[in-house]
Structures are given as structure tokens and as C-alpha cells.
Design a binder for this molecule. Sequence first.
Ligand SMILES: [Fe+2]
Ligand SMILES: [Fe+2]
Length: 376
Amino acid sequence: MPEPTPTLLSPIERGLNERLICLHDEIKGHHVLRGVNRIAVTLYDERSDILKSFAHSSDGECPFSHLTQRMSDQPVLRQLARTGARRVINDIASTAGRASGHGSLLLASGYLSSYTVPVQHKGTLYGFLFFNSFRAGFFSTRVIQRLRPYAEAIALMVMRELDTVRMMTAAVKVIRQVSSARDEETASHLARMARYAQLIASKLAAGKGLADEFVEFVFQFCPLHDVGKVAVPDSILLKPGNLTDEEVAIMRTHVTSGVKIVDMMIRDFGICSLPHSQMLRNIVGFHHEAIDGSGYPYGLKGLEIPFEARIAAVADVFDALTSKRPYKDAWSNERALDLLRREAGRKLDADCVAIMLENVPAIEDIQSRFGDSATD
Ligand SMILES: [Fe+2]
Ligand SMILES: [Fe+2]
């Protein structure tokens, strides 16, 4: 079994975004569709009622990078989701005032018309596709007819990519259900931790030139960080009180066991081509590394640790501190953030810690939505 290598991944390599750009080029090669100047994909997270920008190909500026918003604040999209209908706006300028800021952002980037398609299958809403044009009145019946097969292809691409990840997450959930790892790493811990990681990733992505797709997969993969704990004996995993040195060493093997499990899943699900599988390996393999090199199992330092693993570490440590565990009570946010502040730049990534310190209301919102009664 190959060991995880400390590779800094290229997160958007051959991801959905790149495929979307290729498809956009093909669409523009069609004389009727030459005026499609932007295609964007927004995903929907049902559990938190959040819509988030995911991938785009834009001829002009992209008005919606790193954007998240509540679906409940978007009555028109909610209605499209409910009815499966598609929406054409052929003159954004005349509707911009009513379009909750979206229309104005589109106009500011020069887009004058739009066509919106919900992506849903068997009652599950995956998100929305947005097509925009610099020309007002572009989305005629003829254009929409020609666009339909492309819209379906993009929707399939999105669903296929998300289903692969969901399949892996479901498999891990099953493994977890039959092991004691579920008691230590509860569903609510995983739900909160993934959202802290999403918060950090979304705030830092733009500055690091990372796409929305990076943020989304950090969110999707973080709950798998401790999958290797299913291989740790119950007597150690659930021991109240301190572990002996030997027990600590066994506990630490959850990292390498986790990478082995991930590699098996990637092979057995036939998804080695999943562009982000390296990101998953990095989160599982490096989430216990520390900035000063004192972490395990490799003792990597600073930027040697992949960014997604540095994010996962901060999110995981914060939620572990603020959760009750067999060996400790839950800490207050204040006390946990204080520890994060002290460890910033030492054990934990300083930029990631700064985002947590600056976003206490968002942290509290996550905690109130995904309290200890959360199930998955
Ligand atoms: Fe871990
Ligand atoms: Fe954890």
C-alpha cells in the first residue's frame, strides 16, 4: 500500500471547473449559442439551507465567486426548485431592483440576460445552473432549445461528481455505524467540523487563488478525516482518562489506517480519476501534522503540510475542544479560541486560526444548527 506522500496538490486540476470551461468553449462554437458568455454552477446544501457558488466559466468578470446565501432568502430559486421550472430573464436591467442584489452584480459585470435551470434528480436538489449573456433578449426559445442538451450534460456532470463523493461518505457512515468510532466522532462533531473547515476555506480561498470547487471538496471530505479510527480497538478509542505511551502509539495509527481505507475506497469505487482524491488523501493523511513539525506521523512543517490538512486540523481541534469527550468536558468557545490563538503559528496554521477568531457569530450559528442531537 503506498504511503501518502506530502504532495501539495493542484486542487483545481482537471476538476469540474476545467471541464465546464471546455464545454463552454464548445457551446460558443455553435453559431446560435455564441452569445452564452457565462455558465455557473451553484450547489445546495439541504442540511444548512445554503446555496454556494461552485464552478463557473465566464467571458467577463465572475460576479459570484465564493458566495454563499440562504435558499430561504431566494424565493424565486425556491420556487424553481419546487416546480422544476426554468427561468428566463431577458432584461436583467429592468428586474435588477427586485433581484436581491444578484441582478445588480450581474449588470455590473456586463451581463444583461440570464437563464436558470434547477439541477435535481429523484427529489434531491443538487443546485442550479446559470447561463448569462452580454446581450439583452438573448435567451430566445430557439437558443434555449439548442442549449438544452448542454444544460443536461452539465447537470449530469455535477450530479455524477457529487454522487461519487456521497457514495464514499455513505460507505464510511456504514463502517462507522458498526464500529465504536461513532461514539467518539459523533455525527454532530463531523457536521460542525466540516462547516468550520468550509468557513475557513471560503474566507481564504480568494487570497490563495483557489476556486470554489476547492472549498466545496474541503467541506465534503473533512468528515472522513478520522475514518482510520475504525481500526483502533475500543479499549483505547473509548478509554476515559489518559492513554499509556503504547496506547497513544496505537491511537496514532488511525492516520495510516485511514489512508489505507481511502485508497481502498478510491480503488474499489473506481474513482482514481476523481480529481480531488488527492485532497481526500491529504486531509486523512496529514490532519495531525503541526506547523512546528511536532505533529505525526511525518513531522512535516509549515507549508509542507497541504493547505486542506491545515484547515482540517484547526476545524477538528476547535470542535474537539468545544465538545464533550469521554475524557473531558466541553470547553467554552472563549477558552477554545484562546488556545487556538496561542497555538497559531506554532501547532496550528495562523491564517486559519485568524478566520476562526474573526468569525465568532458564524461559529455560533454552526453550533446552534448542528448541536449534539444532530444525526446523519
Ligand atoms: Fe485524527
Ligand atoms: Fe475529529
